[in-house]
Structures are given as structure tokens and as C-alpha cells.
Design a binder for this molecule. Structure first.
Ligand SMILES: Cc1cc2nc3c(=O)[nH]c(=O)nc-3n(C[C@H](O)[C@H](O)[C@H](O)COP(=O)(O)O)c2cc1C
Length: 201
């Protein structure tokens, strides 16, 4: 028996018409980062944990967050500025806090409160995108909110990941991914490392 067959998710049978639970399980095999989408409500900072976040366009600069219609923020994101905070690996407390599971002692430090035309954002994340509403689309039981990115910044640190219903952090980069990022030609030792890697597999 291979490692793959041992995996609990692999034992789930394929189903022709996916139930919401089956679909959720299959989708959970797709790893994502974890964000907190923040906004102001009556002058107070608020946030909601979201992993359905993706890039859409560079020109104009657009990102997308998919929010359940039942989420308190859902309506608000069509009407006011919001920030997408990409959580750091040690910010699981924040992910739980803004998913409605507050943790005693969770350290929440807001920045930019009260700034005109911008949303409050979280301190210490690995990236933050300040957005203003662009368009919202019907997404079934969710609403797809596209935000126009007004400012974007990134900071050092490992991002928090989410996969198979568990929080995780990045592992070792694969050799090939170095080539994708830097271009093999610009890394003289890379071809040699790739050959070693290939011969080891
Ligand atoms: C890791 C993780 C990812 C989540 N991603 C989403 C998401 O992409 N969209 C969504 O609507 N809810 C998502 N949720 C659930 C919301 O964070 C949760 O329902 C939240 O309580 C809704 O906000 P509200 O309590 O202010 O209505 C996620 C929860 C977790 C723990």
C-alpha cells in the first residue's frame, strides 16, 4: 500500500453529484493562505477570516474575496473600503478569532484606525492590500467581492497555510520552484542541483 492510499482523504469515494460536505472535503485538498479581511463598522475595526482570496488583475489591480451571504461583512464590502491581511504562520490565534472562535489572550493590534478612505488593518501580517469596492457578483450562497487595490505592501515572515482543514506552514521549496522564481539561467548552480535532485528521485 502506498502513502497516498493511506491518506484519509484518498479513501473518500468519488461521487457523481457532490454533496456540500463532499465538495468541501475535495476543495480542502487545495492548499491556500489565510487572510483576515478587515473593515470599519460604526468606527470600530472588524474582521473576518477568509481563505477564498485570489488575485484577479494587475491592470487595473484587482483582487477577489468570496464571502458567505451569512457573514456580517458580506453586504459591507460592496460599500466601503476593506483591507486583506495575509496572516503570518504564528497568527493562528487571529485566524480563529475572526472565524468566530475567540481565543483567550489572542493579541489583536490594529493599525490605521480612523484613517479617511482606508480600512483598519492588522499589525504584523506578511502582506496587506488596501482595497476599495470594484464590483460584486453573485456566487450562489457566497458573494464574490472584487476590490481595487489602492495600496499593497509585504513584509518578511512565513505565511500561514490552510489545507485539509488544518493550519500549516510552508515546507522546503522544491528545486524546480527556484527555477520558476529566478529563472534557471540566472542561478549558475541550479542546473547542477536539479540534476542531483532528478537522479535522487
Ligand atoms: C481558515 C478559515 C477560512 C475561512 N474562509 C472563509 C471564506 O473564504 N469565506 C467565508 O465566507 N468564510 C470563511 N470562513 C468562515 C468565516 O471566517 C466565519 O464564518 C466568520 O465567523 C464569519 O464572520 P462573521 O462572524 O462576522 O459573520 C473561514 C474560516 C476559517 C477558519
Amino acid at each position: 500500500m502506498t502513502d497516498h492510499a493511506d491518506h484519509p482523504v484518498a479513501s473518500a469515494a468519488a461521487s457523481a453529484v457532490p454533496t456540500p460536505q463532499h465538495l468541501r472535503t475535495c476543495l480542502s485538498r487545495y492548499p491556500t493562505g489565510v487572510t483576515v479581511v478587515s473593515y470599519a463598522l460604526a468606527g470600530q475595526p472588524r474582521g473576518v477570516t477568509v481563505n477564498a482570496f485570489t488575485s484577479v488583475s494587475l491592470e487595473p489591480p484587482l483582487v477577489l474575496v468570496s464571502l458567505a451571504r451569512t457573514a456580517r461583512a458580506c453586504e459591507l464590502l460592496s460599500h466601503g473600503p476593506f483591507a486583506v491581511n495575509v496572516l503570518r504562520a504564528d497568527q493562528v490565534d487571529l485566524a480563529l478569532q475572526f472565524a468566530g472562535r475567540p481565543r483567550p489572550g489572542a493579541r489583536i493590534k490594529w493599525q490605521g484606525e480612523g484613517e479617511e478612505g482606508a480600512a483598519p488593518y492588522l499589525d504584523g501580517t506578511v502582506a496587506v492590500f488596501q482595497c476599495r469596492p470594484w464590483r460584486s457578483y453573485d456566487g450562489g450562497d457566497h458573494v464574490l467581492h472584487l476590490g481595487e487595490v489602492v495600496t499593497a505592501e509585504h513584509r518578511p515572515g512565513e505565511p500561514l497555510l490552510f489545507c485539509d482543514g488544518l493550519f500549516a506552514m510552508t515546507g522546503l521549496p522544491l528545486f524546480d520552484s527556484v527555477a520558476v522564481r529566478d529563472g534557471a539561467g540566472s542561478v549558475p548552480w541550479l542546473a547542477h542541483v536539479c540534476r542531483l535532485h532528478d537522479s535522487a528521485c
